[in-house]
Every structure is written in C-alpha cells, then in structure tokens.
Design a protein around this ligand. Structure first.
Ligand code: 6R9
Length: 651
C-alpha cells in the first residue's frame, strides 16, 4: 500500500470565472457541513415549487429506524421543472439533440417547446391507458427521444418509472416488471446499435409471458420493423399521441413521493429496486450537473451513458433538463462506424462537456490517436469520467489527446444509490490527480472505516472502507417493497453510517482514491454485476451442479467475469458446453453478464462448514496464487492445487 500523495495537476487556464473557485468551494463546503439546513434550504430554491417547503432535512441513519426525508412538506412536479419552467425564456432553444446510430441519418434538434408538447401528449396516452399517480411504468427503450418523453410523462402524472436497460434479457425484464408491480411496459419495435438491431418488442413479448395478463405494452414504432402485435394489449404510442390533447396538467407531488425506481445489483440475492425521491433527487441532480460540469447557459452537454443506468437518469435527463441545458442523446456505440465516432459527434455538435466511462476511453485508446486527431475538438471545455476507477494511463491519454491539456477532467465517484456525484473535482476549484476522484461535493461527509473493527480511521494516508456520515438530498430512500433490506444492506455493518460497498484510500493531501468494491459486486465495463446473480443463472442450467463467480483484472473492461463451474455427475466438460453456458447466461441476464472465462472445477475450495472460500478463488482468478493465505481450514486442501494447475488466466 502506498500512501504517498501523487502530484497535483493545476487547473487549466480559463476557469477563473467558473461557478465555483477554490475559495468558494472551501467556504461553501464548510457551511454545507456545519449548517446543512441553511445550505440546502437555499439550494432547494433552484427548483420551482408549487408549495414551498418549510422543513429542509429530516434524516436518521440509525439501524432499525433509518428514514431519509428532504424538503418533506414541499410540493412540486419534476416535469414542470425540466420543461414548463423553461418555456418563458427558452422555448426555441434545443433541449435534446438526438444523434442516431446511423451517421448518415440526420440528427434531430428538439426544442423545449417541442419537448413540452411531446411530454404532454405522452402523459395523456399514459392516462388513457389507466396509469395513475403512484403506478409503476417499466421503460425498456433504446436511446431515443421517446425515452426522455416517457420518463417526463411519468413524472408529469406522478407515475413511477423504472427503466430496464435495453441490453437486458426477457427474463431480467420480467423480474423487474413483476418486482415493481408495473401496470405498463413501454418498448420499441427494434433498436439499431452499431449497425445491428436488437429485437426489443419480441424480448418484451417473451418477458410478458411471465407477467400478469393485465400488463399493457406501449410500443414506439422506431425503425418500423415488423413485430408481432397482440390486439387489446399492445398500443402504438406514436399513433395514440396524435389523438390525445397536447395539454396535460402536471400532478402536484410531494417532495418525498418516488420519482423512479432503478434496479441495481447487490452482493446478495436478486437486484434491488433503488427508490429515488422527487424533490431531493432533482435538487441534487441539477446542482451537481451545474457545478461538476461548470455548466453555463448555452453549453452543449453530452453524457454518453445509457438512460438505463443511473448516469443516464441524472446526467442525460434530469440534471441537464432541470437546468435548461441542451443535452445530447446518442443512440450508437463508440466504435461504429469507426473508433472516431465520439469525436466526430463532439465536433459536429460543438460539444462543451463530454462525460463517459473509463472502459470506453481504454477501448478507444487502443485504436490509436489518429481517430481523435481527425476531428476538431476545440469546443470541448470539460471532460468527465464515471463508473469505475480510471487508470492513470487512460486519464493521461484522455487529458492529452482529447482535452489537449486544456480541459479539467472530473473523475466523478458516485452510485445508483447516491443519485448524483459524491466525490468529484469541480473544474475551477479542484486540482486533479490522475486516478483520484479527489474531494467531496457539498454536503458530503466521507469517512474511512476499519473493516474489522468498524471504527472510523481519522487523518490522512489511510485506507479502509468508504462510508458517508450524513445524508444528502440525492440519497436513495428505500429498496422498493423492502425497507428492511435497505437498512441491512447499507446501515447495519457500520452503525451510524451509509456503507458504500467500496474500498478507499485517503492520501496525504486528503484526496480520495476508490480502490474498488469490497463486496461480491463486480464492475464490468462500468456496469455493476452481482456475482450471486451470475451464479444463480449458471446453476439454473441442467448440467451445472455448482458455480462460483469472481472478478479478475481485465485490460479493457476493468474487471472480467471468471466462473468456476462444477458439472453434474457424469457430464463431461467440452468446448460446446462452455459455449452453451456462455449463451445461457446471456439469455438469463444479458450480454453484459457473459463470463469471460469459465474454469471447470471438479471441486470447490470449501470450509468444513461447506462455505466456498471465495478469497482463494479470487486469487487464482487474478493469477496471484503465491499469496493464498491460510488454507488450513479447508475441507480438502488438494482441490486448490487442481484449480491452480488448470487456471484460465495466466497474465
Ligand atoms: C454512477 C455509477 C457504482 C459503483 C461504485 C464504484 C464504481 C463509480 C467511480 C467508481 C471509482 C469512480 N464507481 N464511479 N469507482 N471511480 N469515479 O457508476 O453507479 O452503476 O451504481 O456503480 O461503481 O465501485 O460503488 P453504479
């Protein structure tokens, strides 16, 4: 472990007039911690409230009584804040730039006036389908403007949306429809991506076989591809939108009413529905969008995430639109038609802030600099990363070749659960260090705890698990339908704190370095995967007796998925079976869960009480078996030698 502080990189010239400079950061941060009521009481006013709040913060982290409320007596509507309130001054400004997958197809510029009409009509279609305040609506759409309309339409009528990433399989979709108890699922016929098409409607048809007959299916005819059609269940959204009124009065919502549920992987069991609030979430998304990206009126903002992940929720839709920004939605992939697509789009739309994942940077870095140099990137002012730790090599490449040394890089650490950035540089205020998410955002109190004693470790040059000592408005409120699970997951192990699940180092300068998950969650290309989910998919196969899944370092993806599989008695391992299991996991969960390496394991290293020793499996997967630690408690120590001899990763 090295605790020596890395060199700081100075703030590039031209950020003297940023929203937040070093002194203002220090003053405001101090106030946000010493007097959160005053600080957030003021910040909450960035939204338009139908009934202003009189109470600001009412939060309790005590296990058993966890309760998180912000602005609790305020009344507002999220779609009004993201759309209606901008009509007075910026009706004709572009709200959304839609860049299609096909580079030859024309981009769309959707103004705030047009966005308003679409959202109102979409909301009326939902009402006509019987969707009411508090009902859940699952959205299974590609990166098209209708995804934004659908989200804001739900918000307008007080329905709770739950987006399922379009890369998930029918089974995963069905589980989320059922867990959330959704009345409606919104999908599209097919989704072009990288020149290929995903059959979303037929995936939805397959999912709905496992759901209540009452679930309606709203279909956006996006490509016009032929799909099956079930009369009485399937509804053509675009057609219906023509026939309903362009006015839908917004539903006044309590600040604490849920805005959305988003499923995310945890260390145990099935994915949990992370519930976010209307008021606190929107305040936090808008504020972090403004400050972290030093967003100014007229800027063109591009976050390359998918709306199926929290990053898309907060930084494609809610944050930018609450701020009256122009936000870019990209339907395609970074490498289609070639590895210059991101930079071509930046040049074409004169993007000012560009926000992507380290895995994309690493992939593009591998293709060489000529793809970047071909395009005029002079509009770029700020670069961001999110999703996983960024290795200094990728950071430097991003800084030198994309930012030309002139753009601050904001390495934003946060989670589905946190709603918005918690640890991040601010462009005009924070000197950066390649690989460090740097310092906390306003109101955030990070603490490093000792994983064995659960004691706080004070001072700098220390390492442990990362916890947060007090609430912030964007914090998740509960797990959908299971408040007990919420408390047990986040508040039990380290009493009095929110436990993030991440390991972390605080260096000599007080800068934070996220070292990765300390639980059984792996981070593949910035996407969270629970090892338990992949294991349960594997053991559902008739030939699999037992499976153990761990992460291992992967040059492009950050982490890869390594599966140890014990076959049923009498079943012989083969390359065909390996391919079949890979395909099986793809269909059970989705392509992102496909194991990179499968090792046949005649036996697993187990304790005498029958627990699989994952620590050992992790070491073997990391090809680091010189330091296996104590194996004396194993029931059959010889299985370890067998696993080492046949290991799949020898890098
Ligand atoms: C926003 C998002 C959350 C997990 C988180 C951590 C990892 C995210 C990071 C980062 C290092 C960063 N993570 N950002 N690690 N540096 N800048 O990604 O949410 O999908 O819930 O993942 O991702 O491990 O705990 P989510």
């Amino acid at each position: 472990m090295t605790t020596a502080a890395a060199e700081k990189i100075a703030i590039p010239a031209g950020f003297e007039n940023a929203h937040v400079g070093p002194d203002r950061y220090a003053d405001l941060y101090a106030e946000s911690i010493s007097d959160p009521e005053a600080f957030w009481g003021r910040e909450g006013k960035r939204l338009d409230w139908i009934e202003p709040y009189t109470k600001v913060k009412n939060t309790n982290f005590a296990f058993g009584d966890v309760s998180i409320k912000w602005f609790e007596d305020g009344v507002l509507n999220a779609s009004v804040n993201c759309v209606d309130r901008h009509l007075k001054d910026r009706a004709d400004q572009t709200a959304i730039i839609f860049e299609p997958d096909d580079p030859q197809a024309e981009a769309q510029h959707i103004t705030y006036a047009e966005l308003s009409e679409k959202v109102n009509r979409f909301a009326n279609v939902l009402l006509s389908q019987g969707v009411m305040r508090g009902d859940r609506v699952v959205i299974y759409l590609p990166m098209i403007p209708e995804a934004a309309y659908a989200m804001l339409a739900c918000a307008r009528i007080g329905a709770i949306h739950s987006i399922v990433f379009a890369g998930f399989s029918p089974d995963a979709l069905a589980n989320r429809i059922n867990d959330s108890g959704a009345k409606v699922v919104i999908t599209a016929d097919t989704a072009p991506r990288g020149g290929r098409r995903t059959a979303l409607k037929s995936n939805t048809d397959a999912a709905l076989l496992h759901c209540s007959d009452r679930v309606r299916c709203l279909v956006v005819k996006h490509t016009g591809d032929q799909t099956t059609w079930i009369d009485g269940r399937d509804v053509d959204v675009k057609e219906q939108m023509k026939h309903v009124s362009p006015d839908c009065p917004p539903r006044p919502m309590g600040a604490e009413d849920p805005l959305f549920v988003l499923y995310t992987s945890g260390s145990t069991g099935k994915p949990k529905g992370v519930v976010h609030s209307t008021g606190g979430y929107l305040v936090y998304a808008a504020m972090t969008h403004q400050y972290t990206f030093d967003y100014k009126d007229g800027d063109i903002f591009w976050c390359t995430a998918d709306v199926g992940w929290v990053t898309g929720h907060s930084y494609i839709i809610y944050g930018p639109l609450a701020n009256g920004a122009t936000t870019l939605m990209f339907e395609g992939v970074p490498t289609y038609p070639d590895a210059g697509r991101f930079w071509e789009v930046c040049a074409k739309h004169k993007v000012n802030q560009f926000y992507t994942a380290p895995t994309a940077i690493r992939a593009l870095m591998g293709k060489g600099t000529e793809f970047v140099e071909k395009h005029d990137l002079s509009s770029l002012r700020i670069l961001g990363t999110v999703g996983e730790p960024i290795n200094p090599e990728a950071w430097n490449w991003y800084n030198d070749h994309v930012g030309k040394g002139k753009c601050p890089i904001v390495d934003t650490w946060w989670q589905t659960e946190t709603g918005g950035h918690l640890i991040t540089p601010l462009p005009g205020a924070t000197e950066t260090k390649p690989g460090s998410a740097t310092v906390p955002f306003f109101g955030v109190r990070p603490e490093i705890l000792d994983p064995s004693s659960a004691e706080r470790i004070d001072g700098n040059g220390v390492e442990g698990v990362l916890c947060i000592a007090d609430s912030w408005p964007g914090q998740m409120r509960t797990v959908w339908g299971d408040h007990q699970r919420f408390m047990e997951t986040y508040f039990q192990q380290y009493p009095g704190y929110y436990f993030t699940g991440d390991g972390c180092r605080r260096d000599e300068d007080g800068y934070y370095w996220i070292t990765g998950r300390v639980d059984d969650v792996i981070n593949v290309s910035g996407h969270r995967m629970g090892t338990a989910e992949v294991e349960s998919a594997l053991v559902a196969h008739e030939h699999v007796a037992e499976a153990a899944v761990v992460g291992y370092p992967h040059a492009l993806k950050g982490q890869g998925i390594y599966a140890y599989v014990t076959l049923m008695n009498g079943v012989e391992p083969s390359e065909e079976l390996r391919a079949e299991l890979e395909k099986w996991v793809r269909t059970e969960i989705g392509p992102i869960a496909k194991p990179d390496l499968i090792q046949w394991a005649p036996g697993m290293p187990k304790t005498r009480s029958g627990k699989i020793m994952r620590r050992i499996l992790r070491k073997i997967a990391e090809n680091d078996f010189g330091s296996l630690g104590d194996t004396s408690t194993l029931a059959e120590p010889e299985v370890v030698d067998e696993l080492i001899a046949n290991r799949m990763n020898r890098d």
